[in-house]
Write a new protein. Structure first.
Length: 94
């Protein structure tokens, strides 16, 4: 299994609204992209650097690449990039 974790810092303008939209858009991918094994999207509650986190599970790197290149995911990515100030990610096998 591959765990894919991404954290974003969101620009201040319309921050709360954009965070909710990211969550909705990402969660809408479950069922549309069948290689997603599980997905969690949450908001930082400890005042840390990043505002939104995504934790997703895939069977393997190949399935992650299918997800990454899927047109539905690309549309979400485009929106996130338009309101994101910083991004970090990590993938690991378990």
């Amino acid at each position: 299994m591959l765990k894919h974790i991404v954290a974003w810092k969101i620009q201040e303008e319309n921050k709360a609204e954009n965070m909710r939209k990211i969550k909705e858009m990402l969660e809408s991918l479950v069922g549309k992209i069948d290689v997603i094994k599980s997905m969690q999207v949450g908001f930082n509650e400890n005042g840390g650097k990043y505002d939104v986190v995504l934790v997703t599970d895939f069977s393997d790197k190949h399935d992650h690449e299918l997800y990454d290149n899927h047109p539905e995911h690309q549309a979400v990515r485009k929106f996130i990039r338009s309101i994101c100030v910083e991004r970090e990610s990590i993938d690991y096998n378990y």
